[in-house]
Structures are given as C-alpha cells and as structure tokens.
Write a protein that binds this ligand. Structure first.
Ligand SMILES: CC[C@H](C(=O)O)C(=O)SCCNC(=O)CCNC(=O)[C@H](O)C(C)(C)COP(=O)(O)OP(=O)(O)OC[C@H]1O[C@@H](n2cnc3c(N)ncnc32)[C@H](O)[C@@H]1OP(=O)(O)O
Ligand SMILES: [Co+2]
Length: 133
C-alpha cells in the first residue's frame, strides 16, 4: 500500500454536503460520479495531496444506506492506493484478512477496488484502489 488514496465520508444529502466541503476547502468538487453497483453517488474533493470522497446512497440496500441507518453521517472508509490489487488481495488473504470481494470491482474515479471486512481492521472499513491505466 503506497498511500491513502481517499477518505470516504457517508452523507445523507450530497448537495448539502458538497456545499459544506466546498466552503471547507475553498474549492468545489472536481468530480461527481454515480456507482450503480454500490448504490451510491459520490463527489470528490482534492485538498493538496489529499482526496475526500463524499458518498450518498441511491438505493435502500446500499452499504451507505445501511451505514447511515446504523451509525449516521461520518467517516465510512479509508482507501489505500495499491500498485497491484490482485497480489495485494492474495497477500492480505494470506495474512488472515477477510477480503469482501476477491475479484476487484470497478470503483469511482477510474479505479479497480476491493474491500476488507472491518472486523479484522479494528472497526475501520479498508478499501484497496488500483488506478485503471
Ligand atoms: C466503489 C465506489 C466507491 C469508491 O471509492 O470507488 C466506494 O468507496 S463505495 C463504498 C460503499 N461500498 C462498500 O462499503 C462495499 C464494502 N462494504 C460492505 O461490503 C458492507 O458495508 C460491510 C460488509 C462492511 C457491512 O455490511 P453488512 O451487511 O454486514 O452491514 P452490517 O450493518 O450488518 O455491518 C456488520 C458489522 O460491520 C460494521 N460496519 C458496517 N459498515 C462499516 C463501516 N463502513 N465501517 C466500520 N464498521 C462497519 C457494522 O457496524 C457491524 O458491526 P457490529 O459490531 O456487528 O454492529
Ligand atoms: Co471509496
């Protein structure tokens, strides 16, 4: 894992939260993207080398909808940039982590992604991201 790729924040209303983070960073989101397979719509903000992903649910079954129901708005996951997601998944499986999708899926912002179950990472949902070249 090379660096934090983004921090995902679950929000109830993307429009409202876009304005909050635009004020916070003094700049608008650089990207808005829906990821149907995850039942989410996202916006991305860059602040220097850091990236924030706001996520709102578009379906009741969405992981974000369930998270909001259970925990309310807040940090949802930490995503890490990886060189080779396939070998990283194999390494982490060997280390005993539960990989929620062993076959990388298409994420937002042009990435292949996979997730580790938070039960093995002290309650923090971890996302692996590999840039799609
Ligand atoms: C891919 C697009 C975009 C991108 O960056 O490219 C994204 O980041 S999409 C992000 C949304 N997608 C996901 O989160 C996919 C991975 N998540 C899952 O598979 C589930 O959300 C899972 C397995 C983490 C939890 O699902 P489950 O149906 O088991 O929900 P429960 O409410 O029963 O949770 C079980 C247990 O886990 C705790 N939990 C749930 N979500 C989180 C979280 N985000 N962070 C930390 N902990 C979480 C929940 O509290 C339950 O704990 P318990 O102690 O049993 O109460
Ligand atoms: Co993410």
């Amino acid at each position: 894992m090379r660096k934090i790729e983004h921090i995902g924040i679950a929000v109830k209303d993307l429009e409202v939260s876009n304005l909050v983070f635009e004020k916070l960073f003094g700049a608008p989101a650089y990207k808005f993207e829906a990821v149907e397979s995850e039942g989410v719509t996202t916006s991305f903000f860059k602040n220097g080398p850091n990236k924030i992903e706001l996520l709102a649910a578009t379906t009741p079954e969405s992981p974000i909808a369930k998270f909001l129901e259970k925990k309310g708005e807040g940090i949802h996951h930490i995503a890490f940039d990886v060189e080779d997601i396939i070998s990283e998944i194999a390494r982490l499986k060997k280390e005993g982590f539960v990989v929620l999708n062993e076959i990388p899926k298409k994420g937002a912002d042009n990435k292949w992604v996979a997730f580790l179950h938070p039960k093995n990472t002290n309650g923090v949902l971890i996302e692996l991201c590999q840039e799609i070249k």
